[in-house]
Design a protein around this ligand. Sequence first.
Ligand SMILES: [Zn+2]
Length: 324
Amino acid sequence: MKKLLLCVIIVLFCALTACSNFSNQQRSRQINEWLESDRIKVLTTTCFVRDLVENIGGDRVSVIEMIPMTSDPHSYQPTKVDLELLDNASYVIVQGLGLEHKTFNDALLSQTKKPCVLQEYLMENCPGKLIKHEDTGQYDPHIWMDLNLWSECGRGVLQYLETVDPENRDYYKKRAHHYFKSLDSLDMQILEQYAIIPDHLKYLVSAHDAFGYYTKRYFRNGKDRDQHRNISIWGLSPEASLSVKDLDFVLSLIKKYKIKVVFTERNLSFRALQRLKEVEPNIQICLEPLYSDNFSLEVDDVEELLKYNTRVITENIKEKGENS
Ligand SMILES: [Zn+2]
């Protein structure tokens, strides 16, 4: 077991080192290119929203995220560089739903840049698709994990770009139409991939609660809405501390549903999963970390993130399930 834990440490250390190298080498180049661009400058809070704007805005806009794509969006706070980005931005797009740090959004939204807040668009247009945790009153902010919902966010971005730059309305519409078709097609593919996997294998245990939308969309077959298909050791934010009660609850679900494998996430410490393995030695830790709140050099858009996660999850739940 110690050998396996050491392997996990090495794999995750390499993944995290690759992330930080990317961040150091590429971030300042990314910022300089954006500052020097003569296109409409759009500033987004996250890399996910940046991806939406790139796909819809095409070569009419230059877009950059404020929270570097390898940083934790839950805890990131504005820096001096961010204020410079804000000063130079023509338009600002914020995700909301509690993803970005409150002080961060307060600072952004107090500016006079006509900010777009995707949360407001979603609450007005498709509130039923959002997950709200009734016990805490918090919304689940990991909306890029459901491609159907992510298309709705794209509609919010399209509406915003059409408003602030009406001259290019047709261009944005055409690109958005093409992009939404691509998201729909991948959404269908993923639904089909999970449709042939037996329901008793479709459980996802991970470190933090980033996969609620994913499992709601792709694991559930409409008959078992109340079951815990998504099980996390921490809550919505990886900043939270781990309690014995939380761990006991996760262990009870693992036993109840006969879960064989738990998943690591690229941007997170795996201490919690390590602890789980100490208590429940039969559980296997997947050595390919899932993407939750970040992109990387290899996976740098939402479609690639969903393809990667779906491959890793389906391969592991099938293999471990068949071997049990
Ligand atoms: Zn998260």
